[in-house]
Design a binder for this molecule. Structure first.
Ligand code: ADP
Ligand code: GLC
Length: 473
């Protein structure tokens, strides 16, 4: 089977979060099962671009409304990632350093999608499935179906995976002319709540829709940032498939970001060495349990609750634990957390920024990872943490619910709480501190979670089954 993934991110080419990790791994494992998987993404100015060799496979000329532009498709020459990687170069629009965050992101990603469809339309063969990820690729199923010049693509099955329904790519109707001439009777296929909504359009027009965990699909029917009714209406074509993790990249016995490698058998010694390095660097007390947070500093992740939860923990439980935070996001929260450094007694530190290497070191050196997410479609951090023997403290939501069982429950191994509130977080931190004192229990949990299977294997099979069903019908 030949599958073309279209995405704004793909690790290690460009990553802003979990979407990049997933699109960097899923095609690789599809390829390993004997399928042809390709990834098409924008050409940003990233280190990966400059450090690799490329060949031009197509040059095209198309338009975004009245703005005509040239685009070039380049392909990485050596199959370095284990699948074919194509980048779309649109001069002046996509070739920037960051993935997102520009005023013209609407124009950037709409032009990207138009170029992808324009290229697929002249390819000398058609893929069996086009798998689009999130709203930055959500207009493609509509274009296949309703743009006059691409209607020969309408029989190509499409899958939309929703990684995060909070972001939908909304744009005003004044931008409807951006899309290549389309059947105006089908305006309803673009619209949701009076604006053009690329994610909603993808949900309507894709043949199948998946979410990145089964629980998230359930939750979306109740809370989907305005799309609840649509998801209820389209539920027949929706399914939840839990993400896996790339066990070649995320493996403490060979991790390329640090040297203190360890296996489940040597987890105690291995983690201690990694913890020592972290504690030395961040001026923390190695005797105390180290609780970390890694992620975007936004409300969705419950990051705004951290300052108060940390202060309350120190106040009510005592200064019996360390906190180390790695993240970036809301400027106000960044400032609040940075200011808290002044109050530390060798038990709190924060690194504001994005640092892939440090995140790997933290998964290895931490005792616990805290994820008080309000919304967590899947969440990869908890799975990475467990692979590194780090115990997750998570809110009971989305993919966190599907991957973490509370240690108080049968066969449990993590700490779960119900509400994204300061009180619930503080209570869970207290449980973590108490658990940490039971060295033997912690030891057995560590070896246990390192052995849990979060590999891509079963998810890849579920995707293949889904594709297979569309090709037959
Ligand atoms: P999301 O995609 O919603 O941000 P995920 O849990 O799916 O959440 O994935 C987050 C990914 O981004 C993980 O690989 C995590 O390690 C990484 N990450 C998040 N913030 C940072 C950061 N500041 N520095 C390094 N890696 C980070
Ligand atoms: C999104 C979600 C996150 C998920 C990731 C990969 O960024 O917020 O929960 O793990 O996509 O699917």
């Amino acid at each position: 089977m030949e599958i073309v993934h279209v995405s704004a991110e793909c690790y290690p080419v460009a990553k802003a979060g979990g979407l990049g990790d997933v699109v960097g791994a899923l095609p690789k494992y599809q390829h390993e099962l004997g399928h042809v998987a390709k990834v098409v993404m924008p050409m940003y100015r990233t280190r990966f671009l400059y450090n690799n060799e490329w060949e031009v496979v197509h040059k095209g000329y198309t338009h975004l409304g009245s703005w005509w532009f040239n685009y070039t498709i380049i392909k990485e020459k050596t199959n370095k990632l284990g699948f074919d990687l194509y980048l779309v170069d649109i001069y002046g629009l996509l070739d920037r350093e960051k993935v997102y965050g520009y005023d013209d992101d609407t124009e950037r990603f709409t032009a990207f999608q138009i170029a992808v469809v324009d290229w697929i339309a002249v390819w000398n063969h058609h893929p069996d499935v086009v798998h689009v990820h999130d709203h930055q690729a959500g207009l493609i199923p509509f274009m296949f179906k309703f743009c006059y010049q691409y209607q020969h693509l309408q029989n190509i099955p499409t899958v939309l995976t929703i990684h995060n329904a909070q972001y939908q790519g909304w744009m005003g109707w004044d931008k409807s002319h951006y899309l290549p001439a389309w059947d105006n009777w089908k305006a309803g296929m673009l619209e949701w709540n009076k604006t053009i909504n690329p994610l909603a359009s993808g949900i309507r027009c894709a043949w199948k829709v998946t979410t990145v965990s089964p629980s998230y699909l359930e939750e979306l029917r109740r809370e989907a940032n305005g799309l609840e009714a649509l998801l209820e209406y389209e539920k027949g074509k929706c399914s939840g498939i839990l993400n896996g993790i790339d066990s070649q990249v995320w493996d403490p016995s060979v991790d390329s970001y640090f040297e203190e490698h360890y296996t489940p058998a040597g987890v105690e010694e291995g983690k201690l060495q990694s913890k020592k390095i972290l504690c030395d660097r961040f001026n923390l007390d190695i005797e105390k349990p180290l609780i970390t947070f890694i992620g975007r500093l936004v409300g969705e992740k419950g990051a705004d609750l951290l300052p108060q939860a940390i202060s309350d923990s120190f106040y009510y439980i005592g200064r019996k634990m360390n906190f180390l935070i790695l993240g970036s996001g809301s400027p106000g929260l960044e400032a609040r957390l940075s200011a808290m450094k002044g109050l530390t007694r060798g038990d709190f530190n924060v690194y504001i920024g994005y640092d892939e290497g440090l995140s790997h070191r933290m998964y290895a050196g931490a005792d616990f990872i805290l994820m008080p997410s309000r919304v967590e479609p899947c969440g990869l951090n908890q799975m990475y943490a467990m692979r590194y023997g780090t115990i997750p403290i998570v809110r009971n939501t989305g993919g966190l619910r599907d991957t973490v069982v509370d240690y108080g429950d049968t066969d449990g191994y993590g700490i779960r709480f119900n509400y994204p509130s300061v009180g619930d977080i503080t209570q869970s931190i207290w449980r973590a501190v108490e658990l940490y004192r039971q060295t033997a229990v912690v030891g057995s949990i560590r070896s246990r979670i390192m052995g849990l299977d979060f590999s891509w294997e079963s998810s890849v099979r579920q995707y293949l089954e889904l594709y297979g069903g569309m090709i037959v019908s």
